[in-house]
Write a protein that binds this ligand. Structure first.
Ligand SMILES: Cc1ncc(COP(=O)(O)O)c(C=O)c1O
Length: 424
């Protein structure tokens, strides 16, 4: 309703906003979805694409490495920093932990803020009580961020690492894990979605199996939030480390770890400071007193955080919720299915290495071209301004294509045309 009071209120809000911020808000209104959006409603998804500053000069099919942020996120970071620099604003990041908790199906006191996935994995890896000879199960498809911390603990503490290669079905993967379990197994530390070929592992069943055998489940969740609808309580993991930039499209250098409330009594914290305490420490006593750790996952992080970046994380969650997480999931699953179909019809020369089982794949696909070095095809794509990822990890020598809501089927067709060119 238009009246003087509403007008003045709106005008005073607008006057505090930059032009770019107003534009970002108006654009957000254009993609606000109060209802299910068809996964192939190209007009709608093209509007979404307009919200990203991604260059139109090349085709970006590598969200698995870096999720570009949309304008509203970038604006929020800038304004978050301005707030500090204008008014001396400080703090507020605990609000982000609360927002993240709601986004991933956790409680506020179970989320610690980190800078990336690697930080979170190290919190889990170092904190879990392990002795020489204790066994930890990982995959042969690890990212360095989940391999190196455990290899380091093996070097320093003599733990034993056992590995399995993810199978083409969830059931067969579970069997492989079960076959590795012995009475010395203490941890299953696997990725929800390995970086190599984007296969979704059956984490809920893995965590249930772990719980039944008194084994801790420490999950590398780099690719879960923003790609899949998450409910970490339902998943039943002990920890889940992720970042806010890949599929959540937030600022780079932001992340979090979920630590199940009861598990906080077991997972030792090491890097502590302001916020990790319960406020009862006192250095002025003859024998300085420590008090206790915070009665929450805040015990795993301390000190000043980048307020601007966390305002960007808040905006990324708002952005996702404006479009709707289910709409986003359906769109990226659709693009992932399309990629698989197009790769499969290319014939024997092209090997899709991501499972086709419905529950085991979404937005990321891996492939090889027989007779063509993976680095050579990567270079061919780069020359044609198509950005994919080469996968050298663990001798896989393959290629990876990952698509998000700013992509469309035409861009996948451009990659397919490059493959046809290479094999013709
Ligand atoms: C599966 C997986 N784990 C861990 C990481 C490390 O993430 P970060 O660089 O945020 O620490 C990545 C990054 O691509 C990844 O794909």
């Amino acid at each position: 309703m238009f009246n003087r009071r509403n007008f003045l209120r709106t005008a005073s809000v607008l006057s505090a906003m930059s032009f770019a911020e107003m534009e970002a808000m108006a654009a957000m209104q254009s993609v606000k979805a109060d209802k299910p959006i068809a996964k192939d409603d190209e007009k709608y998804w093209q509007n979404v694409r307009q919200l990203f500053p991604l260059s139109k000069d090349f085709t970006y099919l590598n969200n698995g490495t870096m999720g570009p942020s949309p304008y509203p996120v970038i604006e929020a970071v800038k304004n978050g920093m301005m707030d500090g620099d204008h008014h001396g604003g400080y703090g507020g990041w605990e609000n982000t932990a609360k927002k993240l908790a709601a986004f991933v199906g956790a409680d506020e006191n179970e989320i610690a803020l980190t800078h990336n996935v690697t930080d979170g994995i190290n919190i889990g890896c170092w904190g879990v009580p392990l002795r020489k000879g204790d066994e930890v199960i990982l995959t042969t498809h690890e990212h360095v961020g989940n391999a190196f911390p455990w290899l380091n603990r093996r070097k320093l503490h003599g733990i034993v690492i056992k590995t399995f290669t993810p199978a083409s079905t969830a059931a067969a993967t579970l069997e492989r894990i079960e076959a590795l379990i012995t009475n010395r197994t203490r941890v299953i530390a696997v990725p929800h979605i390995p970086c190599t070929q984007g296969q979704i592992l059956p984490v809920k069943e893995i965590c249930t199996l772990a719980r039944e055998r008194n084994i801790y489940s420490i999950i590398d969740g780099a690719h879960g939030p923003g790609m899949l609808m998450l409910d970490l309580h339902d998943m039943g993991c002990d920890t889940y480390a992720s970042c806010c930039h890949k599929w959540m499209l937030g600022p780079k250098g932001t992340g979090f770890i979920y630590v199940r409330k009861d598990f906080q009594q077991i997972l030792q914290t090491y890097f502590v400071g302001g916020g990790s305490d319960n406020g009862k420490w006192d250095m002025a006593l003859e024998t300085p007193k420590m008090g206790k750790y915070a009665d929450s996952a805040h015990r795993y992080y301390g000190g000043t955080q980048a307020s601007g970046l966390y305002k960007g994380v808040d905006a990324a969650i708002d952005f996702i919720e404006t479009i709707g997480m289910e709409n986003i999931h359906n769109r990226i699953k659709y693009l992932g299915n399309y990629t698989q179909q197009q790769l499969l019809i290319l014939g024997d020369r092209v090997e899709l290495i991501t499972p086709t089982e419905d529950r085991s794949h979404c937005a990321v696909n891996g492939f090889r071209i027989k007779g063509i070095e993976y680095t050579k095809f990567y270079d061919q794509c780069a020359a044609s301004k198509i950005r994919i990822r080469s996968v050298a990890e663990n001798g896989l020598n393959s290629l990876r294509v990952s698509t998000h809501i700013y992509n469309n089927t035409n861009e996948i067709d451009m990659l397919i045309a490059e493959i046809k060119k290479a094999i013709s």
